[in-house]
Design a protein around this ligand. Structure first.
Ligand SMILES: NC(=O)c1ccc[n+]([C@@H]2O[C@H](COP(=O)([O-])OP(=O)(O)OC[C@H]3O[C@@H](n4cnc5c(N)ncnc54)[C@H](O)[C@@H]3O)[C@@H](O)[C@H]2O)c1
Ligand SMILES: NC(=O)c1ccc[n+]([C@@H]2O[C@H](COP(=O)([O-])OP(=O)(O)OC[C@H]3O[C@@H](n4cnc5c(N)ncnc54)[C@H](O)[C@@H]3O)[C@@H](O)[C@H]2O)c1
Lengths: 207, 207
């Protein structure tokens, strides 16, 4: 099965091939794919071999075929309906972002606890009272939850989501969630990236 | 030098030790550190050995000492002044977020191109015209820029920042920036995380 670093480059390759597809470019070179992911062309070819993809030497990869292969492998054409909990500054930005739709994400409901926010429109969705979440998640059979509430509320929200039938969580709160083994969790931890960037600055200044 | 996966766990350890420090707990166990980073205790000890840290068997790590060691290693107490460019939905959320200050980040200026936004207050900062950026970055000697503009504007903004003296970029736009080798860039790519989560769902459904 594909190693994590290779897997994480695939969406970058996808971004380029779908751009090239829009521009009707028949082929995409491993060199260009490498530039977009900051790796040598040989690394690109190794990554794509996990998908059973081989390019034509001197030409590259068939743009359309590679695009479809990446979409299938990454599940991008599968609709993933999600509820978003916590419609604060970050939650609102996520809810309004058009860029996730091309990965199959469809935010089907917004939930909050703040009476001042309940009933407000964000894009085409109305913010609902979080007490309605279990019923709606079950009825709509939603499998994914996006957590954008403050740290201290996150574990409780996760448990509520899981009890309602959620099995995939995209977590933006700076806490490590405790969940049953069958639940997939992706932690989005901007602070970790800021801290590693901070460390790189220390290293550079000491060099 | 410390491997990337170990480096990325250090901020999670820091989160726990600083919490324990607030609670005045003298020791922090490698077991608890492991739970917060989803790794075994032995892995924690290996990670912290890169900092020259050894715990006391059966007791753990001196909370205060470990906290200070992590702060130094990660450069968290060093003030990092930054300008943020692109005060849209995401930029506004980042500008208002109090959680980055504990990592030493201080957003010193907000810039946009939209006349409707210029002059607006976001927290304690007034949004400025992006034409004023070069002058202010040079005068204030700002070393870091945060890019939260649309994809098509990002490369131009990066070049403008670099010409003004910026040498560290935290990039939230879904593009691979082309910069001189001395510039540190951290790409914050939420779409990559969504795509890898999507792939995990595919794998789980096929299992
Ligand atoms: N804003 C950022 O740039 C940023 C960056 C990194 C991490 N985060 C994390 O993202 C989360 C949200 O940040 P923010 O800046 O949007 O905060 P915020 O305070 O603006 O928004 C939080 C929202 O969650 C709601 N909420 C609280 N408890 C709830 C519950 N039990 N059920 C439903 N809704 C509830 C609040 O009413 C509020 O609308 C936090 O965990 C924060 O640490 C934010
Ligand atoms: N919103 C999200 O949740 C999210 C998630 C992932 C990635 N992103 C990325 O973050 C970026 C911002 O997203 P957003 O949703 O806030 O978009 P947005 O359209 O709400 O905000 C973009 C802002 O940038 C400003 N801008 C445009 N060109 C500029 C320039 N040359 N100089 C200064 N300011 C300029 C615009 O006036 C606007 O205020 C985009 O690249 C987007 O792809 C956003």
């Amino acid at each position: 099965s594909i190693p994590q670093p290779s897997l994480r480059r695939l969406p970058l390759y996808y971004r380029l091939v779908s751009l090239n597809h829009d521009k009707k470019l028949a082929y995409t070179s491993s060199r260009d794919l490498g530039l977009t992911a900051n790796v040598p062309a040989a690394r690109v070819r190794k990554d794509l071999s996990y998908l059973g993809e081989r390019g034509r030497p001197g030409v590259g990869y068939d743009t359309e075929l590679l695009m479809q292969r990446l979409e299938t492998f990454l599940g991008l054409i599968n609709d993933k309906e999600a509820v978003l909990v916590g419609v604060g500054n970050l939650g609102r930005a996520l809810a309004l972002y058009p860029g996730f739709a091309r990965y199959g994400l469809k935010i089907a409901g917004l939930f909050d606890i703040d009476p001042a926010k309940i009933g407000q429109m964000v894009g085409t969705l109305k913010i609902m009272d979080q007490s309605r979440l279990p019923d709606l998640v079950r009825r709509w059979r939603i499998q994914m939850g996006i957590i954008a509430v403050p740290a201290q509320a996150a574990q409780g929200v996760a448990e509520k989501l899981i009890r309602s039938g959620i099995s995939v969580i995209w977590n933006f709160a700076p806490v490590t969630l405790v969940v049953p083994p069958y639940v997939l969790v992706k932690d989005e931890d901007l602070a970790v990236d800021l801290a590693t960037l901070s460390h790189q600055i220390v290293e550079r200044d000491q060099a």
